[in-house]
Structure formats: structure tokens, C-alpha cells
Ligand binder design. Structure first.
Ligand SMILES: CC(C)(COP(=O)(O)OP(=O)(O)OC[C@H]1O[C@@H](n2cnc3c(N)ncnc32)[C@H](O)[C@@H]1OP(=O)(O)O)[C@@H](O)C(=O)NCCC(=O)NCCS
Length: 184
């Protein structure tokens, strides 16, 4: 059992806790925030159920997404959440998801959290590759990946029926060797 805890200058990444519920529900119930995500808006009960399912999960079960809290250490409040998925067939491949509350976007929090996650995945867990699939209209997310030094590998055209219409996606990836030359 390995419960993840990562510190950055401003943030703490740890398992979600029951006490995070109100802050979590606040942005996870905002249609703009979840517009490009697989999940839908959550009511309070759904948000509580989600935290309950996540709060005791340990890192690294292949095929499973674990969603973690992103805490602003200055206020001790939840400002977003991030997920890690380890590939079912090969645990040297991972994927990261990131959501920052609409009240806290464009302050560099996603980049700071992403950097800590990549440092952990590549340098502690020795992953070979991190891959990201992003909606082609999700400009904030695309900018985040470019800013992190991810390399675009694919552009899939109307490959996914998503929230009532066909959507297109980009695939980005970073190899461990690329991280070694691109890390901030
Ligand atoms: C994508 C998201 C996580 C970015 O979070 P954030 O904390 O605002 O991002 P940061 O402040 O760390 O910015 C990272 C980079 O992206 C750029 N960026 C962030 N939001 C942007 C926007 N709306 N438009 C253009 N660029 C943007 C920043 O300028 C920065 O680039 P730089 O390093 O070159 O200066 C946030 O917009 C979000 O939670 N969106 C909704 C959820 C979502 O769609 N998640 C992705 C799918 S899983």
C-alpha cells in the first residue's frame, strides 16, 4: 500500500479526504470546468461518493485511475485535483489528468502539480512514457502540455462521440529520455 504525497513550493498533492468535499464539489459542479472531461457535473452526493471511492486508494494499480487532491499550502484548501493512470498491460506507461478550480486557474498551479507528478513518475517510479489525450478544442489543456514540453503524436479527427457530438482529439506524449532533457 503506497499513498502518494508530493510537495511543491506552493502545493501539496495527497489523497482526497472527506474534508475536501465542498471545495471539490464547487468546481466539479461547474459545466465550464468539466466541459472536456469524461465525467459529467457532480451533485454533492456524487462528489461525496467519488471522494469516498478515492480516499484510501494506493498508487500504482495497473488499469486504475486514482484521483488526488491538489492543496494550496498557504490556505490549506483544495484548489484542484489530478489523476494518475498506470497502463493495464504495461506499468511503465502512465497518463495524468488535471483539473484546477475556475477560481484558481492561470496561476501556474497545473504546471507546478504536473511537474511534481512527472518528476515522481519518471524519477521515482521509473516510467518509460507518459501519454496524454486531449480534446482538440481544449486550448488551456493543450497550452499546458506544450508548456510542459510534451510532443504531439497524433491528431484524431472526429474519433470520439462525446457529450452529444463527434469530437476530435490530439495525442501528446513524453518519454523518460525526453523528460531528462526538458524538465524545468
Ligand atoms: C487545463 C487546466 C488544468 C490548466 O490549469 P491552470 O492552473 O490554469 O494552468 P497553468 O496556470 O499552470 O498554465 C499552464 C500553461 O498553460 C497556459 N494556459 C492555461 N490556461 C490557459 C487558457 N485558458 N488559455 C491559454 N493558455 C492557457 C498558461 O499560460 C501556461 O503557459 P506558460 O507556461 O507558457 O505560461 C485548467 O484550465 C483546467 O482545469 N481546465 C478544466 C479541466 C480540463 O479540461 N482538464 C484537462 C482535461 S483532463
Amino acid at each position: 500500500m503506497k499513498q502518494l504525497q508530493l510537495n511543491t513550493p506552493r502545493l501539496l498533492i495527497r489523497n482526497l479526504r472527506t474534508e475536501d468535499l465542498n471545495d471539490f464539489h464547487y468546481y466539479r459542479s461547474n459545466p465550464e470546468v468539466i466541459k472536456y472531461q469524461g465525467s459529467d457535473v457532480m451533485n454533492l452526493e456524487q462528489a461525496a461518493g467519488f471522494i469516498e471511492r478515492m480516499k484510501d486508494k494506493s498508487f500504482g494499480t495497473p488499469g486504475e485511475w486514482v484521483q488526488y487532491a491538489i492543496i494550496d499550502k498557504a490556505t490549506k484548501r483544495l484548489v484542484g485535483d489530478c489523476g494518475i493512470h498506470i497502463h493495464l498491460q504495461d506499468r511503465r506507461i502512465g497518463e495524468i489528468g488535471m483539473t484546477i478550480s475556475h477560481d484558481h486557474q492561470q496561476k501556474g498551479f497545473a504546471k507546478e502539480a504536473f511537474t511534481a507528478l512527472l518528476t515522481y513518475l519518471f524519477e521515482t517510479e521509473n516510467l518509460h512514457r507518459v501519454v496524454e489525450t486531449v480534446d482538440a478544442e481544449n486550448n488551456a489543456s493543450i497550452q499546458l502540455l506544450k508548456s510542459m514540453g510534451f510532443r504531439q503524436e497524433g491528431h484524431f479527427i472526429e474519433n470520439i462521440f462525446f457529450k452529444g457530438k463527434w469530437g476530435s482529439e490530439y495525442q501528446y506524449a513524453m518519454l523518460h529520455t525526453e523528460w531528462n532533457t526538458r524538465k524545468p
